[in-house]
Design a protein around this ligand. Structure first.
Ligand code: CO
Length: 451
């Protein structure tokens, strides 16, 4: 078996999981050349929540961050995470925005785009795959991993085959909730490797306390690449620690052959950065506590704590257990969507309403109605006519690809934002986050006027 390859996630998922994505570009830049010497397969540095956070909280241009990172990182591939037709936002964007966005990201130095859809509806990935392939970048398609009666091994195997046919260059098992158990991982990796020659990567989270075991079993089963984070940004709701895995495999057949000395200096550096966040309001000690209940209820750790605080604010803490029992029922009613953004929030809200109103589906949020209308894509299991009727009455469910209903938007956005945008990238920031990007661009404009 060949050398295991490592994707270092500290500069995206690591700080997104532990300190609400607040790391600044000036904190990232000084350590990049050292990171570039480690021997990583890739570094995940962009996408996910980093884009939104740069504009919203850090007064930073996310495109500028990517350019600065690429300037320093010469040897290691740079990777980003995209939510398919949702790109880095929370709704479907028209095809022209998806196309321009990905082209710009690849132009600025992204080598690998990991793209996923919350419902594993390939139609929501088609446009992205086409653009990434066309630009000559590496298109990694991720499976949103979840557990349900319909999410069987056969389901995942068929999904992998479909993703390969659609143009994937590699496959990632994306276990965003950290619920993939070690022996299941072994079995799943073995089975996927039997049907495809594409490189296979594992992305999981330590939330429930099994990630390191899961990773090791996946390695034994022949996984090609795994996601880890440098120790100060690892564990808790983040990924397993890079150094611990590198040392576990040292001189073994799958030794990732990372530069341990460099890893130690990088860890020292990030310890000093993390110290700054210890007393920060963005830091919540809960993210470091192992939460095995996530395995019991199959509810992601973040969703558990959100539900608890929602119930507290409604003065209904005593009904918390009832809501926990309601979540899987709502999920079943709605065709077993994976509990990943935005589905986790939507399912959670519906479960809370079902319990506190005393009648199931008496109150229904618009997002749930749109979901049942088919606007988010197709669920893994069809929604029953009874539930459909209860939620949207006699309304038709769309059968086309949801983005087919959207008209091209770039020219409209460009006109709307006007002189505040100095580049196509500014317009794209505005297209994704109109309010936040506009405020950012206004501030930038004011600063320029002063100087
Ligand atoms: Co993740």
């Amino acid at each position: 078996m060949s050398r295991l390859r490592i994707t270092e996630t500290s500069l995206r998922d690591g700080h997104q999981s532990l300190i609400a994505t607040r790391m600044k570009t000036e904190e990232i830049l000084p350590i990049l050349s050292e990171m570039d010497n480690v021997g990583y397969y890739s570094m995940e540095v962009w996408g996910g929540a980093t884009f939104d956070t740069c504009l919203r909280y850090l007064n930073e241009d996310p495109w500028e961050r990517l350019r600065k990172i690429r300037d320093v990182v010469k040897n290691t591939k740079l990777q980003m995470l995209s939510r398919g037709q949702n790109i880095l936002g929370y709704k479907n964007y028209p095809d022209d925005i998806v196309e321009r966005f990905l082209k710009n990201a690849i132009y600025e130095g992204i080598d690998i785009v990991r793209v996923f859809d919350a419902l594993n509806d390939i139609r929501n990935l088609e446009k992205s795959i086409k653009v990434i392939n066309g630009e000559g970048a590496h298109c990694q398609c991720a499976i949103s991993y979840t557990i349900s009666p319909v999410h069987t091994k056969e389901y995942y195997i068929n999904l992998v085959k479909d993703l390969e046919n659609a143009g994937a260059d590699s496959i990632c098992i994306k276990d965003m909730s950290g619920i993939l158990l070690p022996y299941e991982a072994y079995d799943l990796v073995k089975s996927i490797k039997e049907v495809t020659k594409l490189p296979l990567e594992l992305h999981t989270h330590c939330t429930s306390g099994v990630a390191e075991m899961t990773m090791l079993k996946a390695i034994e089963a022949g996984i090609d690449i795994v996601d880890t984070a440098i120790s100060p940004l690892s564990s808790g709701t983040s990924q397993p620690a890079t150094e611990s895995l590198a040392l576990t495999l040292k001189d073994h057949a799958r030794d990732p052959k990372l530069n341990i000395k460099s890893l130690n200096s990088i860890a020292e550096y990030f310890k000093s950065i993390m110290k700054k966040y210890e007393d920060n309001e963005t830091f919540n000690i809960k993210v470091l506590m192992t939460e095995p209940k996530t395995l019991l209820y199959q509810i992601p750790g973040g969703m558990l704590s959100n539900l608890l605080s929602q119930m507290k604010s409604l003065n209904a803490s005593d009904k918390f257990e009832e809501v926990l029992a309601e979540v899987p029922k709502v999920r079943k009613d709605l065709g077993y969507p994976p509990l990943v953004t935005p589905m986790s929030q939507m399912i959670g809200a519906q479960a809370v309403f079902n319990v506190i109103s005393g009648e199931r589906y008496k109150i229904i949020p618009t997002e749930i109605k749109n979901y049942v209308r088919g606007m988010y894509g197709k669920p893994a299991s069809p929604i029953s006519d009874e539930i459909k009727k209860l939620i949207i009455g006699d309304e038709e469910v769309i059968t086309v690809r949801p983005a087919d209903l959207l008209r091209d938007g770039y020219e409209l956005y460009r006109e709307e934002i006007g002189h505040l945008a100095q580049s196509e990238q500014d317009v794209l920031s505005y297209a994704l986050f109109p309010q936040v990007a506009k405020e950012f661009l206004e501030k930038r404009h004011e600063r320029a006027a002063i100087h």
